[in-house]
Write a protein that binds this ligand. Structure first.
Ligand SMILES: Cc1cc2nc3c(=O)[nH]c(=O)nc-3n(C[C@H](O)[C@H](O)[C@H](O)COP(=O)(O)OP(=O)(O)OC[C@H]3O[C@@H](n4cnc5c(N)ncnc54)[C@H](O)[C@@H]3O)c2cc1C
Length: 390
C-alpha cells in the first residue's frame, strides 16, 4: 500500500488563476502546494495585464465568473485589509459609428438578463463619464459603473499572502516537468527538483499549460499571442472608467484600443494588434508607442502632453474559440484545468479560482452545471468564436 499523498491539491502556476485558486482551496481547509517556475508570484502574464475587471461580457459563463471576481476584488480590502488598487470607475464603450453602436446595443439584452448594471448613454452622457472625449461624431455608448480596475501585481501578492496564511505552501523556481499518473488518475507532479503527491492537480500554467497537459495525454490547444501595453506618469484623477474604443484604427494595425486611469493616477493603455501576432516575442516594438499615442490623443486630445513611463509586451494564452477551458480534464481523474484565459485571465481569476476550488473540494463548482459546462475543456473548440467583446 502506498503512503497517503502529502497534499490534497497541487496548483501549477502562481499567476492570475493559480493564486486565487490556491487561496480558495486553502481557505476550504485543503493542504495546498503551489509550484511556479519563476521567482515569485504573478511574474508570468499576470503582471502584463492592465488590470481591467468587468462582468459586462456577452457569454453567460464569463459574466457569472466575473461577477464573482468583482465581488472578491471590490471587498478585498475589507476582507483582508490589503490595498490591491481596486478602483470602481466602470467600463465605457463609446460609439462613433453604426457598426459599433449596433454591436453594443445588441449585447444589452443578455447583459440585462444577468442583472448587470449597464446602460446606453447618449453622447452627452458619455462626455460626462469620459471628460475631454472627442465630441465629433460621438453617438453615445455603454457605461457599466460597477466594473473596475485592480493592480495585478499587488493582487497576486495579496492572494499569495492570504493563501499562505490559510496554510498553502509555495515553491518557486521549480518548473513542473510532468504530471504523474496511476492508471487514468493523476497522482502528483514531477518537477526539476523532485516529486510531490496529491489527490488533485490544478493546471493554471497560462501559456505553458498545453505542454504540461500533454504529459498526461490531454490536448489543450493553447497558443500564445503577443500584446503590448504602456503606462504614463501619474496625472490628477479625471477619468473614472476604463474606456474601450472598438473602432479599428486608421493606421490599419489595430482592432481596438483601451485605456484607463489607475488608482494611482497613471494612464494605462493597450491595443489589440491587427492582424494578431502569434508567438512568444516579448520585445517591445518601435511602432507600438506612436500608434497608441495617436489613438489616445484622437480620443482624448488633452492627453497630448502625457509623459509615458514604460511600455511592455506580454502574451495572451489563446484558445481556438476565444473562451477559457475550465473544469475537469477529459479522461484523467483528478486533473482540473483553469487555462486558456485569452485576454481576460486577470478578471476571470478569482471567479475561476472559487469555482475550481469548489470543484476540487466538494466535487461541484459554484456555478450551475449548465453554465459551467459552457467552459468545459471537452467542448467543441472549433465551433466558432463565442463572444462579440473579446
Ligand atoms: C498587454 C496585456 C494586457 C492585459 N490586460 C488584461 C486586463 O486588463 N484584464 C484581464 O483580465 N486580463 C488582461 N490580460 C490577460 C491576462 O494577463 C492573462 O489572461 C492572464 O494573466 C493569464 O492568467 P494565467 O493564470 O492563465 O497565466 P499566468 O498569470 O501567466 O500564470 C501562469 C503561471 O504558471 C507558471 N508556469 C508555467 N509553466 C510552468 C511550469 N512548467 N512549472 C511551474 N510553473 C509554470 C508561470 O511562471 C506563471 O506564473 C492582459 C494581457 C496582456 C499581455
Amino acid at each position: 500500500m502506498s503512503a497517503a499523498p502529502e497534499f490534497d491539491a497541487i496548483v501549477i502556476g502562481a499567476g492570475s488563476v493559480g493564486n486565487p485558486t490556491a487561496y480558495f482551496l486553502a481557505r476550504d481547509g485543503l493542504r495546498v502546494l503551489v509550484i511556479d517556475e519563476l521567482a515569485s508570484s504573478g511574474q508570468g502574464q499576470n503582471k502584463a495585464a492592465i488590470g481591467g475587471v468587468r462582468a459586462t461580457h456577452s457569454d453567460p459563463a464569463k459574466i457569472r465568473l466575473c461577477q464573482t471576481s468583482l465581488e472578491v476584488f471590490s471587498r478585498w480590502k475589507e476582507t483582508t485589509g490589503a490595498d490591491i488598487g481596486w478602483k470602481q470607475g466602470g467600463y465605457c464603450f463609446p460609439a462613433y459609428d453604426d457598426p459599433v453602436e449596433r454591436t453594443l446595443r445588441s449585447l444589452l439584452p443578455v447583459q440585462k438578463r444577468h442583472h448587470l448594471n449597464i446602460d446606453w448613454l447618449d453622447a452627452e452622457g458619455i462626455r460626462w463619464v469620459v471628460p475631454g472625449i472627442a465630441p465629433e461624431g460621438l453617438r453615445g455608448g455603454t457605461f457599466s459603473p460597477e466594473d473596475g480596475q485592480v493592480n495585478p501585481l499587488r493582487a497576486s501578492e495579496s492572494f499569495t499572502n492570504e493563501a499562505r496564511r490559510a496554510g498553502a505552501v509555495y515553491r518557486y523556481r521549480e518548473p513542473v516537468r510532468t504530471l504523474l499518473l496511476r492508471g487514468t488518475s493523476v497522482v502528483g507532479v514531477r518537477t526539476e527538483r523532485g516529486e510531490y503527491r496529491s489527490r488533485s492537480v490544478v493546471v493554471a500554467a497560462g501559456v505553458r499549460a498545453g505542454e504540461i497537459c500533454a504529459t498526461a495525454g490531454v490536448s489543450t490547444p493553447i497558443l500564445p499571442e503577443s500584446h503590448e501595453a504602456g503606462i504614463s506618469a501619474p496625472v490628477l484623477p479625471f477619468l473614472g472608467p476604463l474606456v474601450v474604443d472598438l473602432r479599428p484604427g486608421p493606421e490599419g494595425k489595430t482592432t481596438n484600443f483601451y485605456f484607463g486611469q489607475d488608482a494611482e493616477g497613471q494612464i494605462i493603455f493597450c491595443y489589440t494588434p491587427r492582424p494578431p501576432i502569434p508567438g512568444e516575442n516579448r520585445t517591445s516594438t518601435y511602432e507600438f508607442m506612436p500608434i497608441a499615442a495617436a489613438r489616445l490623443v484622437q480620443l482624448i486630445p488633452r492627453l497630448k502632453n502625457l509623459t509615458v513611463r514604460r511600455i511592455w509586451r506580454g502574451l495572451y494564452p489563446m484558445t481556438p474559440d476565444g473562451s477559457p477551458l475550465v473544469g475537469n480534464a477529459p479522461n484523467v481523474e483528478g486533473l482540473v484545468l483553469g487555462v486558456g484565459m485569452c485576454g481576460q485571465g486577470f478578471m476571470l481569476g478569482p471567479g475561476v479560482g472559487a469555482n475550481l476550488a469548489a470543484l476540487v473540494a466538494h466535487g461541484r463548482p459554484l456555478l450551475e452545471p449548465e453554465v459551467f459546462e459552457l467552459l468545459s475543456p471537452a467542448r467543441d473548440l472549433y465551433g466558432g468564436k463565442r463572444e462579440a467583446l473579446r
